[in-house]
Design a protein around this ligand. Structure first.
Ligand code: PLP
Length: 371
């Protein structure tokens, strides 16, 4: 969609980009300065495979405080973005004969990785009427003796759904009794607007059964730096380290020095960015709900709105394509995130407030003329 939008722009059209999943803010100044200083100080060689010790210490402290867990640096591995950790976890744990439960609609990488590992993907459907949370009865029916891993993503891409503490408790109870692992993708944890974030790893008995995936991309607007981290149970750590050393050696060394500054703060730039995302969310959801044929549940987290567009009479793929071609608004069809995304669009509000206003106005004009 981005490539198509860029092609339109090259032909002189103005396009509002609501298809992109990265903050539209620059990386805060003190973080950039720390990386530049590290470069100039000669930190240009390899770092230890799991990350530079000071960063692992800082992450352990930060990750523990936020989640109410107690982990030391020996559990922390630093990777080039959060994505490698998803790959490592699925490949370390799942293979032929195993089942992996993952959210649908969900981040497309999950299903792709499960299939690649030769395991059976078992989607759990996230429904609008349930605020895009798990239906726990359905979850219990999907769990089997072959379940090896359950992937959670809360706050979720693309729906903005947030799992409640009782959802997490139900997942944890099954994990303890059946003995499966949980991969908890928490890259949007700071973007939980309406409730304090809960990590499944903080529930009794779950720390050694949970791989926490987090990173710098979203929270500090650092997508291009490629820096993420995992909190990994001791019994899996050597495997994650083996993947890291053989695939990437280490994450970018001077970038890791910037990452230390990110965690140490100041945190004001992050807080300001999140306040702005909340303001955009509230505007966008209200504006979408005023459009003909569109209804939108207020997302509780991340930076995506996931409006139901069935009332427009157009399928998501067609509506997304026509909004780009005829109205200059780039979105993603919900089906890009799994079959359960049919009937929805994903709109990223990582775009300036005025651009969101322009997008909704253009969508309104398009929908009025096409009905
Ligand atoms: N997990 C989810 C749910 C995401 O939406 C993304 C990026 O869009 C990632 C992981 C990957 O993030 P990173 O840039 O740290 O690799």
């Amino acid at each position: 969609m981005l490539a198509r939008a860029r092609a339109l722009e090259r032909s002189g059209r103005d396009v509002v980009h609501l298809e992109i999943g990265q903050p539209d803010f620059p990386t805060p100044r003190h973080i950039r300065d720390a990386a530049i200083d590290a470069l100039n100080a000669g930190h240009t060689g390899y770092s230890p495979t799991p990350g530079i010790p000071e960063l692992r210490e800082a992450i352990a402290e930060h990750a523990s405080g936020l989640r109410g867990i107690a982990v030391g640096p020996e559990r922390i591995i630093v990777t080039p973005g959060a994505k490698p950790l998803l790959f490592y976890a699925v490949n370390a744990l799942a293979g032929a004969g195993d089942e992996v439960i993952y959210p649908d609609p969900g981040f497309p990488m999950y299903r792709s990785l499960i299939e690649h590992a030769g395991a059976r993907p078992v989607p759990i459907r996230l429904r609008e009427e349930n605020a895009f949370r798990f239906d726990i009865d359905e979850f219990r029916r999907l769990v089997s003796d072959r379940t090896r891993l359950v992937i959670l993503n809360s706050p979720e891409n693309p729906t903005g759904g947030v799992l409640s503490r009782s959802d997490l408790e139900a997942v944890a109870a099954e994990a303890r009794s059946r003995g499966f692992y949980v991969l908890s993708d928490e890259v949007y944890l700071h973007f939980a607007y309406d409730e304090p974030f809960t990590s499944v790893a903080s529930l009794p008995g779950m720390l050694d059964r949970t791989i926490i995936v987090d990173g710098f991309s979203k929270t500090w607007a650092m997508t291009g730096w490629r820096l993420g981290w995992g909190v990994v149970p001791p019994e899996l750590f050597a495997t994650f380290e083996l993947y890291n050393v053989n695939i990437v050696s280490c994450a970018c060394t001077f970038g890791q020095h910037g990452a230390i500054a990110a965690i140490r703060g100041p945190w004001e730039p992050v807080e300001e960015m999140i306040a702005e995302f909340r303001r955009r969310r509230d505007f966008l959801v209200d504006a979408l709900n005023a459009l003909p044929g569109v209804s939108c549940v207020r997302p509780r987290g991340a930076f995506y709105a996931f409006p139901n567009i069935t009332g427009t009479g157009l399928a998501a793929d067609e509506l997304s394509r026509r909004l780009l071609d005829e109205a200059g608004v780039a979105t993603l069809p919900g089906t890009a995130f799994g079959p359960a995304g049919a009937g929805y669009l994903r709109l990223s509000y990582a775009s300036a407030f005025e651009r969101l206003e322009a997008a909704v106005e253009r969508m309104g004009r398009f929908l009025a003329s096409s009905s």
